[in-house]
Each structure stands twice: as C-alpha cells, then as structure tokens.
Design a protein around this ligand. Structure first.
Ligand code: FES
Length: 148
C-alpha cells in the first residue's frame, strides 16, 4: 500500500464585513465561534485599520488577564491611537500586536490573518463554526444557589 503525501489545502477565507464598515483609524469587534470538540466556543476578534487603511485582526483577548480589549468603555483606542485594554491600560502597537506598555509589556496579541477579497474584509488561517449559537443565552453564565 502506498501513502500519498498530503496535498496543500487551499486557503479558506471567511468574509467578516465590507471594507467600508470599518473606517480608517477605527476598529470593530466581531463575535464568532470556533469548534470545541464536538461543540463550539466563542471566538471574539477585533479588526482595526490604521490611517493608511491597512487592516489588522486579533483575538479580542488581552494577554494580561484575557478580557476583551474594549471591556468597560467599549472603545479600542487611547488618545494616542494605540490599541489599549480597558481593564488595566496595557497599550499595544496596532500593526504588530505587541504590548508596548502596561502590565503585560512585551506580550503579544494573538494575530489573525486578514485580507481584503473583492471588497470584503476576510480572515484566514482559522477554523470557524458557520452557524454560531447565541452566546447571550449562555446558561452556563447563570448562577444556581443550591437549597438548604
Ligand atoms: S487585563 Fe488587560 S491590562 Fe490587565
């Protein structure tokens, strides 16, 4: 029996939004889902653009304690235009994702491949669940206090 070498798989692009939906110098959060064994789990990302209009995508999780970067105020940038975490103020270089100051200085945001394909902002190099469940109904967030 012969074993054939694995063929390289074509890159799979997932369209997230249209280019116009994120202005230059802006950022937007997207709540997606990724496979988790037989189920799925939240996959939250942020896609940001610099002043030139280039796109950068990261998992929306601060390397310090894992919270969403836009926790609290809902915004992603500080007054200087750096990405920043709303919890303890770590600041990140937009283009590299490296923390340049704050409690996780030197740590790295998890970068996600992003490209513009026929007017759509697409991510690649990830596995997504096509029909994510509604995380707002997450019953695991309910706290049950046992009786007696
Ligand atoms: S959780 Fe982001 S700086 Fe602490």
């Amino acid at each position: 029996m012969s074993v054939s070498a694995d063929k390289p798989r074509p890159v799979e692009y997932f369209a997230i939004c249209e280019v116009e939906e994120i202005p230059r110098g802006g950022a937007r959060a997207f709540d997606l889902a990724e496979p988790d064994g037989e189920g799925q789990k939240p996959f939250r990302i942020v896609i940001a653009r610099n002043a030139r209009g280039d796109h950068f995508a990261y998992r929306n999780a601060c390397p310090h304690q894992g919270v969403w970067l836009n926790v609290g105020s809902g915004t992603f940038f500080d007054d200087s235009g750096a990405l920043r975490c709303g919890r303890h103020g770590s600041r990140f270089d937009l283009e590299s994702g490296t923390c340049v100051s704050g409690p996780c200085e030197g740590a790295q945001l998890e970068k996600i491949g992003v490209a513009v394909v026929t007017g759509d902002v697409c991510i690649h190099g990830v596995k997504l669940v096509e029909e994510p469940r509604n995380w707002d109904d997450d019953e695991t967030m309910d706290i049950t206090i046992p009786q007696g």
